[in-house]
Each structure stands twice: as structure tokens, then as C-alpha cells.
Design a protein around this ligand. Structure first.
Ligand code: ADP
Ligand code: MG
Length: 304
């Protein structure tokens, strides 16, 4: 994996980035690199098995849930079969996709009982091709219950293995902590996507997160990759936002995705409506940004 902290020093300077050979006159995007248009993805001829991606950052309010919902909807729009897994007891993903979380089978039930069929927990959303396994506050008890389990870090992996053939991509919306649930998510995943808010303290904590990913890679899941760092809540009008993004790119270089998510009130509005922004306001630049993110991840090979 390329996410090691030691690699940070090799990041190129901004001057190098804006003068990439052949791109001298190109329009420069917010990351300081030449702006790219990611090609429309080809239709898939067959589906599955899924590549599993965790959306992970132990800081709350950075856009994990918003990204899971809207990236999921955008990928479904490109014909990918997507399963979103709510792995946060707050249940914000389930609410944001408008599915019930009570008197239904949740991810908690699947973690606790091996005999439960995960297909029973899957709910369709209003978006064709986007399904969800919901969560509710019960999940907060999982940490305690799992402590004495055999191979407690691998339980989610076992659950998702049973449904993987039905999907092209599974997105896990992690809770804001680095506890046993998040370790389960990382152990089950092929890749990690780190949403990072363009705020002054954003970089604090990322070292710890990458250290956790490294530990999971060493001990539990040697194949895990850092699929990218996604800058969120970006406001191009403020020098502050631009400076933070510049620092993030200096630190993580090409691991920072080209697509940047701008701060806009459309997101809270769409959450209240219980639909992805790609449905709520399809022509809004925020919807277009998530479609661009979907195309970028397909071009990068993180999604089929
Ligand atoms: P997390 O899952 O990391 O805690 P959320 O995705 O729930 O973060 O986002 C936190 C809050 O910020 C939510 O109210 C959401 O609607 C809002 N939000 C998310 N992304 C944006 C954005 N790009 N611009 C403005 N508000 C956003
Ligand atoms: Mg969340």
C-alpha cells in the first residue's frame, strides 16, 4: 500500500504539479493538477463479485455518509449494482436513503447471528441498482458483544462474502471511530476511501487513521489498498479552503482524488428529503461532482 506516512516527503511541490509536461497550458483544477474529464464508463457485460470499499475517517461530519449515498447513486446510474452498508449506529445512511431501520433485519442482527441470511436484510432504495443494509442504535452494542467472539475482526467480511456475487461494489459507511466495527469494515474491504474536510484541523488524525489501516494490512487483510483521499466541503472562494487543499495535496500527492466536493446547502436539503443529490437536484454541480467521482474511481480501477 502506498499510504505510508514516510512517503509524504516525496510529494511534489505545487510548482511541479502545475507544470506537468504537456499540460503547461491546461486548465488547473482545485488540486493544482491539470483538470481531467473522466470518460463515460462502458456498460458492464456481467455483474459481481463486488469490490468492497470502506468510507472511513474517525472524525465525524466530514462527508462519509453523504459520499456513500451519492457515490452509490452515481455508480448505480452508470449501471453498477451497488450495496451500501450502514455501519454507524446513528443510521444516517439508512435515513438518507429513506429506508426503515426498525422492525427490519439490520447489520447488527447479521453480525450477531451467523444463521441469519444477509439477503433478508437487504432493502431496495428509490434509486434503481442501489440497495442498502440498514443500521440503527442497536449497533452501538456490537462492540461489547464482539469482544469475546472468535475472529471478531472478520465477522463483517463473513457476512458480506455471502452477498458479494450479487453486486459490483459494496460501500461501507463507517462510524466516526477506529474501534472494532471500523476494524471489521477494513478487514472486509479491498479498498478505503478517506473523505477529508477542507478545514484547518483536517490533517490531524489522518496519520492515526493511516496507521490503523497499516495495522489491518499487516495483521488481518494484506490486500487492502488506499483507493484515495477525497477532499470535501471545499469552498473555492475562501483562501483558507484553498490553502488546506494545497497542504493535503502536498502531503498525499496523487492519492488525493482529482474530484473535489464543494460545500453546498444542497446536501443537507437532500438528506432531509431522504434521496441522493443525484435525484434531488441532478443538474446541480454537487450532483455532477459525485458523478465525476464515480467516473474517476472507475478510471482508476477502484470500481469495475
Ligand atoms: P459523516 O458521515 O462523515 O459524519 P456526513 O456525510 O453525515 O458526515 O455530513 C455531515 C453533515 O454535513 C450533514 O448534515 C451533511 O448533509 C453535510 N454535508 C455533507 N457534505 C456536504 C457538503 N459538501 N457541503 C455542505 N454540507 C455537507
Ligand atoms: Mg456518517
Amino acid at each position: 500500500m502506498t499510504g505510508r506516512i514516510e512517503d509524504i516527503s516525496v510529494a511534489r511541490t505545487k510548482d511541479d504539479r502545475t507544470r506537468l509536461p504537456g499540460f503547461e497550458d491546461a486548465v488547473v483544477g482545485p488540486t493544482g493538477r491539470a483538470k481531467q474529464d473522466f470518460a463515460e464508463p462502458a456498460k458492464l457485460k456481467s455483474h459481481g463479485p463486488a469490490r468492497i470499499i470502506s468510507l472511513c475517517n474517525q472524525k465525524g461530519g466530514v462527508g462519509k455518509t453523504t459520499t456513500t449515498i451519492n457515490l452509490g447513486a452515481a455508480l448505480a446510474g452508470y449501471g453498477r449494482r451497488v450495496l451500501a452498508v450502514d455501519f454507524d449506529p446513528q443510521g444516517a445512511l439508512s435515513a438518507g436513503l429513506g429506508v426503515p431501520t426498525h422492525d427490519v433485519t439490520t447489520i447488527y442482527d447479521l453480525l450477531l447471528s451467523r444463521s441469519k441470511d444477509p439477503l433478508e436484510a437487504i432493502q431496495h432504495t428509490g434509486v434503481e441498482g442501489l440497495d442498502v443494509i440498514p443500521a440503527n442504535i442497536d449497533l452501538s452494542a456490537a462492540e461489547v458483544h464482539l469482544v469475546n467472539e472468535v475472529a471478531r475482526e472478520q465477522i463483517l467480511a463473513g457476512v458480506l462474502r455471502k452477498v458479494s456475487s450479487e453486486y459490483d461494489v459494496i460501500l461501507i459507511d463507517c462510524q466516526p471511530s477506529l474501534g472494532i466495527l471500523t476494524v471489521n469494515a477494513l478487514t472486509a474491504s479491498h479498498g478505503v476511501l478517506i473523505p477529508l474536510e477542507c478545514e484547518f484541523f483536517a490533517l490531524r488524525g489522518v496519520a492515526l487513521l493511516i496507521e490503523t489501516i497499516e495495522k489491518v494490512k499487516d495483521r488481518l487483510n494484506p490486500a487492502i489498498e488506499l483507493d484515495g483521499i477525497l477532499a470535501t466541503m471545499y469552498d473555492s472562494r475562501t483562501l483558507h479552503s484553498r490553502e488546506v487543499l494545497e497542504r493535503v495535496v502536498d502531503a498525499f500527492d496523487e492519492r488525493v482524488l482529482e474530484t473535489v466536493i464543494t460545500r453546498t446547502v444542497k446536501f443537507p436539503d437532500a438528506s432531509v428529503a431522504g434521496v441522493p443529490i443525484t435525484e434531488f437536484a441532478p443538474e446541480h454541480q454537487a450532483a455532477k461532482a459525485y458523478k465525476a467521482l464515480a467516473r474517476e474511481l472507475i478510471v482508476r480501477g477502484a470500481v469495475a
